[in-house]
Every structure is written in structure tokens, then in C-alpha cells.
Design a binder for this molecule. Sequence first.
Ligand code: DGY
Length: 320
Amino acid sequence: MTKPKLLITRKLRPVVEKRAARDYDVVLNHDDTVFSSEELISACRKVDAVLPCHSEHFSAEVIEAIGPGLKIIANHSVGTDHVDLAAAKAAGVVVTNTPDVLSDATAEIAMLCMLGAARRGAEGDAMVRSGQWTFWSPAFMVGRQVTAKRFGILGMGRVGQVAADRARGFGMEIHYHNRSRLPAHLEKGAIFHNTLESLLGCSDVLSLHCPVTVDNAGIISARTLALLPDRAIVVNTARGALIDEEALVAALTSGKLFAAGLDVFRVEPVGNPALAALPNVFLLPHIGSATEETRDAMGMRALDNLDVFFAGEDPGDRVA
Ligand code: DGY
């Protein structure tokens, strides 16, 4: 039987590429070069399936230009904001993602961002690394302790729930806002807020764990930042577009916020130079799911979705 033709847009873990090559007529990107829109369109026209990352953008125009040959976009990501789902649906292209398998890794990065921000990790690292650590005093590099503080979660989905568990380990009180309240066995005593405004008012640390949509882009703005307790900490391991970065810079500069820990930005790669210039920001380059275990699991999950699709069934992780 002829194997379906599969394009894998970025370099994946060897075990994943090996399985893909066994089961598909696979086109790999050995050099891990980033596709332009034109290159993406041209490469996708030649295959039945594509396994992309969030770095490839499938806008309505791109999907239309690819045409009818492409049957499935099996994402190597839980986020699907890089794909116009309505356009894919209208074009009859199935779209899947990789939920669950990256929740632990992403929640770990949220903790790193929280602690890096609260304990001035970026400043301390830069000082020691640059040879400028020439002084010590009890008044030196004093940060904020998270123990017994309130951890506010926007988006209590899979990642948010694991982040809550990790924050409980630091003795934090968990608050959350979500479209709907969780059942008690998932809530585990966390305090539900039925409005964002109510959550913000009691978030000593605000951690974002919701997908970005047209409705919530820029939800963390000058108005909503003002509702946080003074000297709060903002953590974002979800998507950069959730935050108005100019407003965040202003809140960090004025002292309204103590610090921020950010793994994601509006412009990626690169980030935001105005944020990078501030000492009270702990920065990472979108590595929330970048562990060996999780990258393997994401690749396998994307391949599982393809296998189910090409067996003529509906993949469990179908989002369009
Ligand atoms: C995701 O899975 O959405 C992560 O951000 C990595 O792409």
C-alpha cells in the first residue's frame, strides 16, 4: 500500500523522525530552516499531510493557496493560534493538536518564571556571570517570597491545573478564573472567581494558562494590570498576544508590578527589547515544552493523530 506523503516542517526528536519515516513517505527538514509562507505553501502542495509547529502560520490565505491536496494539519503543539481553524474547516482540512503531554513541562517553566521573577533571577545571574558581583549585604538583592502568597491562574485547563499543584507545593493559595468552574476533585480547594476582575484583585502572582483567541488578545492591559495588588508578579507561559507589552513595560517601570517572568512574546523569535532592558523581568525563549520527554511525547502524539486519521477514523485531538 502506498504510504501517505507527510511533510515535517521542523527538526523533531530522532525517535519521532524514525517512526515517521517508517510509516510515511516523509519529507524532513534536516537543516531546521524556517519556511517562508511561499515555501510552506509550495511544500504543502506536494503532500497529503503536514506536521508543523507553532512557528508555521496557516492563515486563511495560506490554506487557500495550498489547495485541495492537503488533508490534515497535525500540529506538534497544544496551541493552535497559528492555524486559522475556521478556514481549515471550510477547506475540509482536519486539524489536530497535542494536549496533555506538555502540561508538566509547561507548569515547570511557569514555576521557573515565577521564582526567577520573585527572586530576581535575571539580575543575579547577569551579575555573577559578568564578574560584577563584588559586594554582599543583607540588604542586597532582596526579592519577594512566594510562600503563603496567592497564585492566580487565568485558564484552569490542563496546564493551569498542574501549575496549581506545583504552586501548592510552595504553600501558595490557589485562585482561578475559567469559563466554567471545575468539579471539586479537580479544583482541590482552589478558589473560583467568576470574573477576571475578581481574580486580578487577589493575585499576588498572576499566571496565564489560557489559549489566545480573538476575544482575549491583549486581555492583560493597562486597565487589567491596574487591578492587580501593588507589587504583584505576572507570569506568562501561554501566548505573548495575551499581553499588551507596552502596558506591561509601563507597570514594571512604575513599580506597580514587582516583576514579570515571561516565556512567550508577541514577536517570536526575538522577544521585546523594551522588556529585555528592564532588570525586573526574567526572560526565556519559548521553551515551556522543551524537555526531552515532552518533545518525544508531542511528536508521538502528533503521529498517533495522523495514524488514526489515515486509518479512516476521527483523531481524538481533532480541533477542526
Ligand atoms: C505549544 O505546544 O503550544 C507550545 O507553545 C509549543 O509550541
